[in-house]
Write a protein that binds this ligand. Structure first.
Ligand SMILES: N[C@@H](CCC(=O)NCCCC(=O)O)C(=O)O
Length: 257
């Protein structure tokens, strides 16, 4: 199929040596191409220097990736982070308005890890900044010295919320997920519905309750070796199908027969 839906992936802005680059992890790109059967394009994180409306006119869906950077606490009235915290204000200034505008358009959206966190903030939610220092919570960070297959391997179960999108797509009530994050949902944003919960009560996935099409975010990483994980296969397939539907519906609206 040459006329695949186009999925935009906003980039991280990172310094490589003395120069700033806009970059995306390859595993997200291949999950869009192979898992969603879509055409992936990078969206530079230039904030309002490029029209977000024009950006949205170029894509049929959006994927918000993980990143070592944290959402700036000013966006959720959170406490100041440690001085050495990795931030990416350029990404924040691009993704937060993009999320809101995309959902308002009915565009399919899939958020992963940092993307999950920025979707929560975009809808007025707040974040726990150091889950591992929060009483009653597990340590959700990865062992950075372990092999990647261990870091992105099963870390804890999640309980699936009955009647939600993940329950409908998978037919499961519980499954194992990986865990590579220090921050997480404190208060869920307005209009967001919990989809999966960790043993310590942390929200690990949510959907946008009144979204016209697929609008899901997971704290875990379904893109990791997605074709070997039955849950990931279903999530990316559903995302891709929603992008195809959105593309078709938008085409009909713009070119009524
Ligand atoms: N920085 C946030 C989000 C963590 C996250 O996205 N981790 C994945 C980074 C690498 C990858 O893309 O797989 C936090 O620490 O909570």
């Amino acid at each position: 199929m040459t006329d695949k839906p186009v999925v935009g992936i906003p980039a991280d802005r990172r310094m490589l040596g003395v120069h700033p680059f806009h970059c995306i992890g390859e595993k997200y790109i291949t999950a869009v191409v192979d898992g969603a059967d879509a055409y992936a394009i990078l969206i530079p994180s230039l904030g309002d220097r490029q029209s977000l409306a024009q950006t949205l006119s170029l894509v049929d869906g959006l994927l918000f990736t993980g990143s070592p950077s944290m959402v700036h606490p000013k966006h959720y009235q959170g406490p100041t982070l440690d001085e050495d915290t990795c931030l990416d204000p350029h990404r924040d200034d691009t993704t937060l308005p993009l999320i809101r505008q995309a959902i308002a358009l009915g565009m399919p959206v899939f958020g992963i890890c940092r993307g999950f966190q920025e979707m929560n903030v975009a809808f007025g939610g707040t974040l726990l900044q150091k889950i591992h220092e929060t009483p009653g919570k597990l340590d959700h960070r990865e062992d950075k010295d372990a092999d990647l297959d261990v870091q992105y391997g099963p870390a804890h179960p999640v309980s699936v919320v009955a009647g939600g999108l993940i329950a409908r797509l998978t037919g499961l009530s519980e499954f194992q997920v990986n865990s590579i994050h220090q921050q997480g949902v404190d208060r869920l944003g307005t209009g967001l519905m919990a989809e999966a919960i960790a043993p310590d009560g942390l929200v690990e996935a949510f959907s946008v309750a009144d979204a016209k099409h697929f609008a899901l975010a997971t704290q875990w990483h379904p893109e990791w070796k997605h074709q070997a994980n039955p849950v990931s296969v279903k999530l990316f397939a559903a995302f891709g199908e929603a992008c195809r539907t959105f593309k078709r519906e938008r085409g009909l609206t713009m070119n009524p027969e």
